[in-house]
Every structure is written in structure tokens, then in C-alpha cells.
Write a protein that binds this ligand. Structure first.
Ligand code: UT7
Length: 331
């Protein structure tokens, strides 16, 4: 990648309400033991009625801007990664812009399912390459609970709501800030039927007065998604590390998509990341889709897991299939 792309600030926000595995036992036929052993998830946060993706995003964005020491007026462009936007139209990014109290900035959504944060980061880097004076606000925010089938135990135990945000520019990075050294993205459209939310889209339109069917919610072939997630994240991480002349040993912290602890451990085993070198938040937040790596990155900073000079490897996988990796270097 040519040019300097700096992450100046990090933020995240999760809604107040916590849904435990015990709570889920009273909703579907499941158990804390099954959820813990198969997924590693103990709790997830669920948005309040009326709390939309743009509400969570606004809070994460203000935190990221404060972390960057930047007033919101500095923002010149907004990218919003989500598969659960407030509405089909307008873009959630425009609603967010209004909630942030600014206007006139280009604001658009990026749809790449759970990989949305890295796909949107790629858009942000492209924007900065063309407009070096830009300040890009990038958020990934999901209210997955709005598309969760609470009668389907195979999926409803997995997901959670939340938002992450970063502020990007081409400025010289200060201590605690990072530069984006590289991003690699892939998609494999042949696999699209394995993980879907179809109902209400133009291919599966709803008619006035019709009640929603199962396809309005997340539908997933869990075991197939699992296998592909492990393989794809492993491959793209090897690709980005090799392309940048590094070895896995050079990576200080690995932040993979937080879908399932077993997936994180399987990818970690392939790449030889164990213990403190792996960031895990899936136990407390579940799978927050596009927001998962953005939240985990902000939490890693908050928890002091990222030391000066650290190289951090991010990787995502989601419906589409879409997958990618990004390499960050902290100052
Ligand atoms: O963000 C990217 C998208 N998502 C993912 O990456 C998730 C990928 N997939 C997974 O994480 C795992 O495949 C799951 C956690 C979804 C499922 O784990 P699994 O070990 O692949 O289980 P399974 O789907 O093969 O189901 C095993 C059994 C089944 O019962 P039978 O048919 O063996 O009697 C399921 O009906 O577990 C049953 N089951 C449950 N039991 C209790 C499925 N969900 C539950 C549940 N509680 N919540």
C-alpha cells in the first residue's frame, strides 16, 4: 500500500442490556453448558426497543473522536459497515451524520456482512489516497437482534449488538495511534446461500400485510460456515503476513472475527497464536458481526493489550462469503 493511513482514535459502545445463557434457557431449548462448550459465549448485549444501529454507532464515534482529540466538525467523510442498518433507505451513515450534528459530508453504508469493518476500512484508505486532507470516520455497528429468529436455537444464542469506530487520516501518527500497513480482501459468491438474511430484499420482497417468514432473519448452515471461516481466515492471514515480508512471530496481537471461541482457537492453532497474543471478546459480546473486530480493537487498546511498536493482525469472515485481513502498526 502506498501512502500513510493513520488510525488516530478508537471507540466502542455496547447497549446496556445483557442477555445471559441462563436467560436464553427460558427462550429456547438450550443450556449454558451447550452454549459455553460449543461457542465460548457467556453473555451478549442487546439493544433497547427503538435503539438502532446509528444510535450505537454515534456513541462509538464520539468516543473515537475524543480519543483522537478531534472535534466532530473535522470529519469530512463517513463510512458505516452494517448488515442491520436502521432502514433500507436512507443509509444508516446519513442518519448517523445527522445524529452527530454535522451535515454535508459524503456518508454511505458498506455491506459486507461480518467482514464489513475491513471492507469499509479499505474504502476509507482509498478515500484518503485520493484526498490526503480528508478525515474519515469509520464505524461498524449492528443490532443483530433485529434480525435474530428467537425461535431458532442454532442461531439466536450466537449474536449480540454493539458498535466500534475509528478516526482515520494521513497525519503523522502520535503515540498510541496506528498506521494501516496493508489490507487484503476476498469474496466467494458461490457460497452465498450458507449464511443469509433474505426477507425484505428485492429478491425476496415482502408484500403489504404479509407477516415475515423465517428468511427475514439470520439463517445459517453452522458447520459449513465454521469450516470455511477457519480455512479462509487462516489463508488470508498467511497471505498478508507473507506479502509484507513478515513472519507470524512478528505479530504481537491477533484480533480475529469474534464468532465462536472454537473458530478463534482453530485459526490461532493454524497460525500459532495462543494465550495473550489472541484477543477474545466473544465470551462477553457474542458475535456482533461487522462490529466484532472494531469492538475488539477498541477493547484491546482500553485494556492496555497493545504496546508501543506493536504489530496487530486483524481478520474477518462473514456471509457472502467475504473475508479479509489488515495489518496495523502502533506507535
Ligand atoms: O460470523 C460468521 C458467521 N457465523 C459463524 O462463524 C458461526 C459458525 N458456526 C458455528 O459457530 C457452529 O457451527 C455452531 C455454534 C453454530 C454450531 O456448533 P456445531 O458444533 O457445529 O453444532 P451443530 O450445528 O452440528 O449441532 C450439533 C447439535 C445438533 O443436535 P443433533 O442434530 O446432533 O441432535 C443441534 O440441533 O446441537 C444442537 N444444537 C443445540 N443444542 C442446544 C444447535 N444449537 C443448539 C443450542 N442448544 N443452542
Amino acid at each position: 500500500m502506498h501512502g500513510r493511513f493513520t488510525i488516530e482514535g478508537f471507540g466502542r459502545h455496547v447497549p446496556e442490556r445483557v442477555l445471559t445463557n441462563a436467560d436464553l434457557e427460558s427462550i429456547v431449548e438450550t443450556s449454558d453448558d451447550w452454549i459455553t462448550t460449543r461457542t465460548g459465549i457467556k453473555t451478549r448485549h442487546i439493544a433497547a426497543p427503538g435503539e438502532a444501529a446509528s444510535d450505537l454507532a454515534a456513541k462509538a464515534c464520539f468516543t473515537a473522536l475524543a480519543d483522537a482529540g478531534r472535534p466532530v466538525e473535522d470529519v469530512t467523510q463517513i463510512f458505516f459497515a452494517t448488515f442491520t442498518p436502521d432502514s433500507i433507505c436512507p443509509p444508516a451513515a446519513c442518519i448517523l451524520e445527522h445524529k452527530l450534528g454535522i451535515s454535508g459530508r459524503p456518508a454511505s453504508d458498506v455491506s459486507a456482512a461480518c467482514s464489513g469493518f475491513l471492507f469499509a476500512m479499505d474504502h476509507a484508505v482509498g478515500t484518503l489516497a485520493r484526498k490526503p486532507d480528508a478525515t474519515v470516520l469509520l464505524t461498524a455497528s449492528e443490532v443483530t437482534s433485529s434480525r435474530t429468529n428467537w425461535a431458532d436455537r442454532a442461531t439466536c444464542v450466537l449474536f449480540g449488538d454493539g458498535a466500534g469506530a475509528v478516526v482515520l487520516s494521513t497525519r503523522e501518527p502520535k503515540p498510541g495511534q496506528a498506521t494501516i500497513r496493508d489490507i487484503i480482501l476476498h469474496s466467494d459468491g458461490s457460497m452465498w446461500p450458507l449464511l443469509t438474511v433474505k426477507g425484505g430484499g428485492s429478491g425476496w420482497p415482502l408484500k403489504l400485510g404479509e407477516t415475515v417468514k423465517e428468511d427475514f432473519f439470520i439463517e445459517m448452515n453452522g458447520p459449513e460456515v465454521y469450516k470455511n471461516a477457519v480455512r479462509s481466515m487462516g489463508q488470508v492471514c498467511e497471505e498478508i503476513v507473507e506479502k509484507n515480508g513478515l513472519k507470524m512471530d512478528d505479530i504481537d496481537l491477533f484480533i480475529p472475527h469474534q464468532a465462536n471461541l472454537r473458530i478463534i482457537e482453530a485459526v490461532g492453532k493454524r497460525l500459532k497464536f495462543f494465550g495473550d497474543r489472541v484477543m477474545v471478546t466473544v465470551d462477553r459480546y457474542g458475535n456482533t458481526s461487522a462490529a466484532s473486530v472494531a469492538i475488539a480493537l477498541a477493547d484491546a487498546k482500553l485494556e492496555g493489550r497493545i504496546k508501543p511498536g506493536a504489530k496487530v493482525l486483524l481478520t474477518t469472515f462473514g456471509g457472502g462469503f467475504t473475508f479479509g485481513a489488515a495489518l496495523l502498526e502502533f506507535v
